[in-house]
Design a protein around this ligand. Sequence first.
Ligand SMILES: C[S@@+](CC[C@H](N)C(=O)[O-])C[C@H]1O[C@@H](n2cnc3c(N)ncnc32)[C@H](O)[C@@H]1O
Length: 368
Amino acid sequence: MGRENKLLSLLLREIEQSPSHTISCEHYMTQALYHPQWGYYQRDRLKVGKEGDFYTSPVVSPIFARSLGKKLLEMSRDFDQWQVVELGAGDGRLCAHLWEVWEQIGGGPQRYYLLETSKYHRCLQSDRLQPLLTSDRCQWIDQLSDVCRKEPVIVISNEFFDALPVHRVRRGERGWELGVVTKSTDGQGLAEDFCSPPTYMEKQIGAYFDLLGTTLEKGQIVEVAFSAQKWWKQITDHLTQAIVVTIDYGGEMEEVYHSGRLEGSLRCFRNHRVHRRWLTCPGESDITYDVNFTALHKWAEQLGWRRVSYESQGSFLVGAGILEEIAVTAEYQDPFCAAARERRAVMQLILPEAMGEVFKVMIHAKGC
Ligand SMILES: C[S@@+](CC[C@H](N)C(=O)[O-])C[C@H]1O[C@@H](n2cnc3c(N)ncnc32)[C@H](O)[C@@H]1O
């Protein structure tokens, strides 16, 4: 008999106890990723890197942080003193590498705040960032209200928004339908269903598509990240003078909500394999989706933010000088030497067929 999935049992009980015998997709994802005991991000299991389930840019090479670190110095040149907030700081590698470059070339923020819900990732950060955390340069915070408002802030995130719980929305014959999770026919597992949303959600969904100025094909399903909208609201409420650098995979609405993508983009990563069975084995795989950058921008704009730039990661990193980071040696005798490896990592970060095009970088500013 297979190992019992305690989170699955809990979700089945929640569904039984709910008057509609369903839970929302957003609630399912919250539990599957962040349940304090059994959520994917809370478990003691490596997630990012070769032995984990997926790679992120800071893990591909420290060159990513070196380029970003220099760009952040350039962006902060008009500030006397400034601070950084990293949303979803993962294993702390980006922070560590950013401080390496700032120490090397001089400059850097007054303080670096790490916001991270995963206790497992906080442990990794504690190991990796011990000297920084014991100095006053780096500190954990539980919410944005803990950030000192006196100095300008640069908020950075890499693959944070794609890890937020989302709703699934379908355009049905008679209007918007909301994706819910219910029991499978044999009662042992989970299945997705769509039903009429409660009135407040119907209004929220309608307002969302009005804001985007679009609708969907009949039967088309998309992910809607109201959780990301809440983050923009929090950033706006707590930071008066700020720049927000969002790095994630996804694209503009036309791409992400393309009429040819009828099933949405929700998918799972486990051992570097991707699959779409996001309702099987909750808590055991990462669940993610393509970020709709148009929606992120429209929400930010509504709250008074100005978009400074939006481009592919490849274009951003080349603009930030990543190519100058690699040793200019015409031929590498040894393909495994450090210079050859660095060169391959840079190519992975910038080439369109690797991470260069599918990842985007969007920058907003307010009060500065
Ligand atoms: C896909 S991982 C990316 C980690 C890291 N930024 C990187 O690039 O390697 C997403 C991270 O965001 C964190 N996260 C998700 N929701 C969060 C929240 N509401 N507050 C703080 N951290 C959160 C997760 O725990 C996880 O560490």
